[in-house]
Every structure is written in C-alpha cells, then in structure tokens.
Design a protein around this ligand. Structure first.
Ligand code: CO
Length: 267
C-alpha cells in the first residue's frame, strides 16, 4: 500500500533558506520513515506565484498536492505542517485538506512545532543550547506574530526560556505581541550591552532580511543600535537547528502511530 507524507509549509521565495530549512526537514522525514514518500506543498499563493513567474519553479498548493497523491495511488497519508504555531496557516491547511481526507484509507495530521507544553520546553532547550548566549548578552528572537488567538504562543515561549534558566532570551514578534518596544525595554532592564537577533521562524526570509536586519530606520537591528547596543544578526531559520528538525520528525512519528490505530476517524 502506498504511503505518503505531505510536508506543508508557508513557503519562501529565498532559495537558500528554503533548502536549508524546509528542504532539510523534508529530507529528514524521508530518511526517518522509509516506506513513506515525502512530498511538498506550500500554502502561500503569493510565494507560489513568485516562484513560478520569477524562478520557473512549480510547487503544489495543498489541493494540487493531494489530488496528485490520490492520482498516484497513495492510500495512507500523513500531513505534516512545518508551521511554528497552531495559527491561521495551520487552520487554513486543515480546511483546504478536509475535502480530500475521506478519499484516502487513512489520513492524519501531524502537529505544528509548538503544540504541547513539552514542545515548548524542547524548542526552548534546542534554541537556547544552539545559541548559548553569554550571560552578559541578550538573545532576542523574532517571532512572526498574528491576530489569531494562537499568538499567545509567543509570550508563552518567552516565559519557558526564563523557566529553563535563560533570563537573557526574549521573544518578540513582527505582527503580534510582544512588540519590539516591550522587548527593548526588558533588555534594557537586564543591563547588558550586546544583543544577538535571530528569527523564531522556520526560515530566514523577508522578515529576517528586512524587519530584523534591514537598513530601514525601524528594523530591529537599528532600534537596538540606536539605544546603544552592540547588535549581531543571525539570519538563520529554526530548521537549521538539528534538534528542531528532530522535533518535526517526532511529530510525524506520532501521526504515523495514529495511522495504525483502529476506530479513529480522520482527523
Ligand atoms: Co509575514
């Protein structure tokens, strides 16, 4: 019986970060679960358009990918998002996929990166150890942020870093809460002079290039620099951290375990 994993990402138009993050996760999923063929879908229509028109790269959206998997005879399906939070993009994915699920013998969803409390601890551990900021410097992570109720994942992440002993790791967002002003004030209260900025996003795409380390007056780099901090920017997606990739693989493993459970409806 043909089994597949559809790895679903928001997508990015930046080729290098796409391969280092999304591509790396897909390759590890393929290596971890040999009977499963891993396929790619992106949810951002804007990104898919740019890739098609500018780069001549054709990537499926979710309905296209699922149609093709049905045509190609896949009977058991895991849909594994690479999304960070259970937010708007994940909701959209579930909605887009729902008409197709009943057409497979079994179809289940894997969880986004930040789902259970244990996920938060694992992510904080992975990111904290990866950067290991000196006690005299602050690490400020740029989350995306959203108007969706799942935005509370970002202040929760900030809290978990502190719980695990990293008083100098902070989480801010571009489009939600906490805002950069709040984080800036907290970093000032910490009394350090050096700050490292890095994305709390799967890829280092437009937000990392522009909002984080861009030359605009209100980029985070310039906001901190104007307050006298010595700023270092690390344009690297979360998917470049091996322990983060392992967490996505673990989420897919949990979904695969559900495939074999009886009496459970498609979910
Ligand atoms: Co955005």
């Amino acid at each position: 019986m043909k089994e597949g994993i559809l790895a679903v990402s928001f997508g990015t138009s930046h080729q290098e970060t796409r391969e280092k993050n999304i591509g790396a996760i897909e390759r590890e999923l393929a290596a971890a679960f040999p009977p499963f063929a891993v396929r790619r879908a992106f949810t951002s229509g804007m990104i898919l358009n740019i890739l098609r028109k500018r780069d001549g790269i054709q990537i499926d959206n979710v309905p296209q990918a699922l149609e093709r998997m049905l045509e190609d005879g896949f009977r058991r399906l895991v849909i594994q998002p690479t999304h960070v939070i259970n937010g708007e993009e994940y909701d959209k994915l579930r909605e887009l996929a729902s008409p197709y699920l009943g057409k497979f013998d079994r179809a289940v969803f894997g969880a986004p990166l930040l789902t259970t409390t244990e996920d938060y601890r694992q992510v904080a551990g992975a990111v904290g150890e990866w950067f290991s900021p000196d006690p005299k410097e602050a690490l400020v992570l740029m989350g995306h942020g959203t108007a969706h109720h799942a935005n509370s994942a970002y202040p929760a992440m900030d809290y978990v870093f502190k719980e695990l002993g990293w008083k100098n790791i902070f989480v801010g967002t571009v489009e939600g809460y906490p805002e950069i002003d709040t984080v800036l004030r907290q970093v000032q209260e910490l009394g350090c002079t050096r700050v490292t900025l890095a994305p709390l996003m799967l890829v280092a795409g437009d937000h990392a290039m522009n909002d984080m380390q861009g030359d605009e007056e209100d980029s985070w780099k310039n906001r901190f620099a104007r307050e006298g901090f010595q700023v270092t920017c690390v344009a690297q997606g979360l998917g470049e951290i091996p322990a983060i990739r392992r967490l996505y693989v673990a989420h897919a493993a949990e979904a695969i375990a559900q495939l074999d459970q009886d009496g459970q409806e498609n979910r």
